[in-house]
Write a protein that binds this ligand. Structure first.
Ligand SMILES: NC(=O)c1ccc[n+]([C@@H]2O[C@H](COP(=O)([O-])OP(=O)(O)OC[C@H]3O[C@@H](n4cnc5c(N)ncnc54)[C@H](O)[C@@H]3O)[C@@H](O)[C@H]2O)c1
Length: 285
């Protein structure tokens, strides 16, 4: 059985990925941010049997020693640990550089030193900035419009430089907005749900012109792609093999205007709708 390390396993996407990997039959080591409460973040909310199957390592991605120890004996690494809030990146940009860039450097250096056979670095579509053409492809220029985006561009380049320089077998995944259970309440979709659930007749969202693609966290390409996209040392081709955008082409309009407000139920969106309705009910009750 392969051992997989998930950094950021205590977070929104990482906790779902941990569950999906366990269900697929991997042995999962979960790297969670150390805190004095002994909290494992979202992993705390999993059933006892699931928690019992996870090897949890508390540490800090900024510390090369603990990252290396956590990666010892691991076949595959999914690197998700990061500071992700754009607004906070205006307030504390240096912490984004430390966590996202230095943290990624620690991961790729340990992967190189330990001969990890596959590493998937989770980037973000934010690295493309405002779309210069749509749909955004892997060839779209990267534009750092916030310290968060800039730090993720830096992290991507550090990771890719290890592929180019040392053939460290890694891939960079750039998911578009991801939503679903456990997502921060400040994000757009939870904000819409909360306002509807509290009976607001008018939804306040700020600027209405931007469009976004969305990935649903449990069903989407993200988890499947994470599991499928596994570069090996023998892959030598530069380019798309190493970088992948992940999007489901679900526009906010389709997701919400059609499904939530009119109650339409696209069959391939059923699980997402179920989540939206459950959330709405839970908040209303
Ligand atoms: N949520 C999205 O819509 C989205 C979209 C594209 C890409 N991503 C990327 O996916 C990854 C996961 O994002 P998420 O939405 O699950 O965010 P999240 O904040 O829920 O999870 C990130 C995790 O990283 C951990 N972390 C932060 N600093 C750390 C440190 N110094 N050491 C160890 N761990 C640390 C946090 O504890 C947190 O649990 C990130 O790399 C993010 O850039 C997210």
């Amino acid at each position: 059985m392969s051992t997989v390390l998930v950094t950021g396993a205590d977070g929104f996407i990482g906790s779902h990925l941990t569950e999906a990997l366990l269900a697929t039959g991997y042995k999962v080591r979960a790297f969670c941010l150390y805190n004095s409460n002994g909290s494992w973040g979202w992993l705390d909310s999993l059933p006892e049997a699931t928690k019992g199957a996870i090897e949890v390592v508390l540490g800090d991605i900024r510390d090369p020693l603990c990252v290396r120890e956590a990666m010892r004996g691991v076949d595959l690494v999914f690197h998700l640990a990061a500071l992700i809030a754009i607004p906070y990146s205006y307030v504390a940009p240096a912490s984004y550089v430390d966590t996202n860039i230095h943290g990624t450097l620690n991961v790729v250096q340990a992967a190189r030193d330990l001969g990890v056979s596959r590493l998937i670095h989770t980037s973000t579509s934010e690295t493309y900035g405002t779309a210069q053409f749509v749909p955004i492809t892997e060839d779209h220029p990267q534009v750092g419009q916030s310290p968060y985006a800039a730090s993720k561009i830096g992290a991507d380049q550090i990771a890719l430089s290890y592929w180019r320089s040392f053939e460290t077998p890694l891939a960079v995944l750039r998911p578009f907005n991801t939503y679903g259970p456990r997502q921060s309440a400040r994000a757009v979709i939870p904000s819409i749900i909360t306002q509807i659930a509290f009976g607001k007749r008018q939804i306040k969202l700020g600027a209405l012109s931007p469009t976004r693609d969305f990935n649903f966290v449990t069903e989407c390409h993200l988890i499947r792609f994470h599991c499928k996209f596994q570069p090996r040392r023998s892959d030598t081709k530069e380019g798309r093999a190493q970088i992948k955008c992940a999007s489901q082409n679900d526009k906010l309009y389709n997701c919400f205007h059609l499904s939530l407000l009119h109650g339409n139920d696209y069959c391939h969106r059923r699980s997402r709708l179920r989540w939206i309705y459950t959330c709405t009910q839970a908040i209303t009750e």
